[in-house]
Design a protein around this ligand. Structure first.
Ligand code: AMP
Ligand code: GLY
Length: 422
């Protein structure tokens, strides 16, 4: 099978690495890609916002499957445009991608299908939102409705912070994404990410992971795209997975089909495990980054067959095996991230990948033969182990072998699980 992979992050490097292991793969192209992805795929200089150009490339090369990594092209309708051209795509339609693209849409779907989530109201007027927040009190959560690069959510511990967040949204801090605001009850518990493949009707549960969203050790500092992750998440016991499937995932997939927007692709549920059980914080319509990197390290199955089955309505009898090990990834980011950072800082030769370690590239480029950092999140140093502690020790040993003075990382990825093991 000939595959085109869309994206350029660590998530897409992990997907490319795993797709490359498929006996069914005959050619792998990636757009726009990065130097790590270039080790696995032929990079093509396609503008992924130019849907007609992507479609023309697929037809010219007789691409059998397009795998879309990030959410923005899905929300913008890339999968729809390709399907109109008869091309098979892994990833939801724009209508189904509203699960990530509109928080209000997802909350309404939860309400209509009895899916456990925080109580909420939607507002398009700041005054009404402020009045509601005064009535509810703090802590409370304020969310810009649309895609805001992970920055549109404020968990307000005080009324003043909540009112300020409402002001930011309606003053345009998140552009069009903030024209509508969702105000949501604060959920107390432990967070976990849970991933499933869907083909519109059938669902194949994949695995769980836990991300570390804050920039600095001890979960301090500003929110980021994710500074490290491990899989599986111990809080997602077999019983918790079963409840999540029955109470959250299956009703969502049924509800989307009934609403005329069957969901195909990967459904990424952000969960809060509360005293009552699993509650939905949010959906994403693509793999998590860096969660994908740890999932791919553990997956003991042919990724290409699984993604193709999801894209073609064939998940009915699919299964996925998982290595009975923990995988853990440490994100190395440019100093200053998620704020301003220098671009183009040089990175020395990367440590060799061993059987249980792998360095995935995110924001890197090659300049005159040397590797340089071009983005905020730059490398994902990933390792497996019999326990979280072992995977973590291996990952940090590899981190310490990276020669990149312009970078930093958290030193405590996996702390919850390590504390449990101790
Ligand atoms: P989101 O972009 O929706 O994932 O939200 C970002 C982060 O805000 C989540 O990972 C949670 O840590 C936090 N968060 C979102 N909604 C809630 C909620 N209702 N209660 C508590 N924390 C929340
Ligand atoms: N790491 C969180 C995300 O991909 O949304």
């Amino acid at each position: 099978m000939k595959v085109l992979l869309i994206g350029s992050g660590g998530r897409e490097h992990a997907l490319a690495w795993k797709l490359r292991q498929s006996p069914r793969l005959t050619a792998l192209y990636a757009a726009p890609g990065n130097p790590g992805i270039a080790e696995e795929a032929e990079l093509v200089a396609l503008d992924i916002d130019d849907h007609a150009a992507v479609r023309a490339f697929c037809l010219e090369k007789a691409i059998d499957l397009v795998v879309v990594g990030p959410e923005a092209p899905l929300v913008a309708g890339l999968a729809d445009r390709l399907r109109e051209g008869g091309i098979t795509v892994f990833g939801p339609s724009a209508a189904a991608a509203q699960l990530e693209g509109s928080k209000g849409f997802t909350k309404d779907l939860c309400a209509a299908n009895n899916i456990p989530t925080g109580a909420y109201r939607r507002f398009s007027d700041a005054g009404d939102a402020v009045a509601y927040v005064r009535e509810q009190g703090a802590p409370i959560v304020i969310k810009a409705d649309g895609l805001a690069a992970g920055k549109g959510v404020t968990v307000a511990m005080t009324l003043d912070a909540a009112i300020a967040a409402i002001g930011d949204c309606f003053d345009g801090a998140f552009g069009a994404a903030g024209a509508e605001v969702v105000v949501e009850a604060y959920l107390d518990g432990e967070e976990a990410s849970f991933f499933c493949l869907c083909d519109g009707t059938d669902v194949l549960p994949l695995a769980s992971a836990q991300d570390h969203k804050r920039a600095y050790d001890g979960d301090e500092g500003p929110n980021t795209g994710g500074m490290g992750a491990y899989s599986p998440a111990p809080v997602m016991s077999e019983a918790m997975v079963a409840r999540t499937m029955e109470e959250i995932i299956r009703p969502t997939v049924r509800g989307m089909a009934a609403a005329g927007h069957p969901f195909s692709g990967v459904l990424f549920a952000g969960l809060m495990i509360t005293a009552k059980g699993p509650e939905l914080i949010e959906y994403n319509v693509r793999f998590g980054d860096p969660e994908c990197q740890v999932l791919m390290m553990r997956l003991n199955a042919d990724l290409l067959s699984l993604l193709h089955a999801a894209a073609t309505g064939g998940l009915g009898d699919a299964t996925a095996g998982w290595r009975d090990e923990t995988a853990l990834t440490v994100v190395m980011a440019s100093k200053g991230y998620p704020g301003a950072y220098a671009k183009g800082t040089p990175i020395g030769p990367l440590p060799e990948s061993g059987p249980g370690t792998k360095v995935f590239h995110a924001g890197t480029a090659t300049k005159e033969g040397t590797l340089v950092a071009t983005g905020g999140r730059v490398l994902n140093v990933t390792a497996t182990g019999a326990s979280v502690s072992e995977a973590r020790a291996r990952a940090y040993a590899a981190v310490d072998a990276v020669d990149w003075p312009g970078g930093f990382c958290r030193r405590d990825i996996g702390w919850r699980a390590v504390a449990r093991e101790a």
